[in-house]
Design a binder for this molecule. Structure first.
Ligand code: IP8
Length: 260
């Protein structure tokens, strides 16, 4: 059953300064959270790793492929994500929001959703609580680990709770028509001919992955918005169904209900 809740992913490139290890973009965080604090819509927040998790996972050569990675690296990547999450949660508390930090460990098992726990997140939003989860390094049986991106979490959570809307707040204006141009595609529908390989990617190749997860979500009938998180008024407009610069991938009903 569809839930009256919006999933918002704050991209790591928006909330941190990607080029400088362990540095948060306090201005961006503050502006986005102030905007979100002003709305009544129930929200589940997900955030990326930016110069925290990505910095350390690159240093320890960790990827989305399950491997036996360095145990020191696992501990450090995880701690860096907890630190970043704590910064977000504390900023939310200052704004009198009611955040509740949720490690992905508690809602997935081997990258599969723990349905009941994920439904609890939606239930908590009805108590005015905003669950805040994040990309992380996670356990994969047997004795392997892999990077779980916040983008994957978006589609994992969506597959269970069917949110009313999904928003990716990224550090660009949307999905671009071609890799070298600056023209944003406003609407992607079933019959549109966006070539996956043409999608402009960011420094970590992140845009393609976001696009892939967004397509999976849209296949379950949910509209997915890409807006520039450095311009939080666009997030507000997307929340309020008002026209704004960005890309909407129109949710479609399909026999492939779960493309995962
Ligand atoms: O920034 C990655 O999350 P993402 C998290 O959403 C880590 O890709 C630990 C690199």
């Amino acid at each position: 059953m569809r839930q009256e809740v919006v999933l918002i992913k704050l991209g790591g490139s928006v909330i941190t300064h990607k080029e400088k290890p362990m540095s948060v973009n306090n201005i961006a965080i503050d502006r986005i959270l102030k905007a979100l604090a002003s709305v009544k819509v129930p929200i589940i927040l997900i955030h990326g790793g930016g110069s925290f998790g990505h910095y350390w996972s690159t240093k320890y050569d960790m990827h989305s492929k399950p491997e036996k990675y360095s145990s020191e690296g696992i501990a450090i990547v995880h701690e860096s994500m907890i630190s970043l999450n704590h910064i977000i949660v504390k900023s939310m508390l200052k704004l009198r929001m009611k955040p509740y930090a949720v490690p992905p460990f508690s809602i997935i098992l081997d990258k599969k959703p723990l349905g009941k726990k994920i439904f609890e997140l939606a239930s908590m939003t009805r108590d005015k609580i905003t669950p805040v989860t994040y990309g992380d390094i996670v356990y994969r049986t047997p004795h392997k680990y892999s990077i779980l991106s916040g983008d994957e979490l978006m589609s994992i959570i969506s597959s269970v709770i069917k949110p009313s809307k999904v928003i990716f707040a990224v550090n660009v204006n949307g999905i671009y028509k071609d890799p070298y141009g600056d023209e944003v595609i406003p609407l992607i529908e079933e019959k549109s001919s966006v070539n996956f390989s043409d999608v402009k990617f960011d420094v970590t190749g992140g845009m393609k992955r976001k696009f892939r997860e967004a397509l999976k979500i849209s296949l379950t009938g949910i509209d997915v918005h890409f807006v520039n998180g450095l311009k939080p008024e666009r997030i507000l407009k997307a929340l309020g169904n008002k026209k704004t610069e960005g890309t909407v991938i129109k949710g479609k009903r399909s026999s492939t209900r779960n493309a995962r």
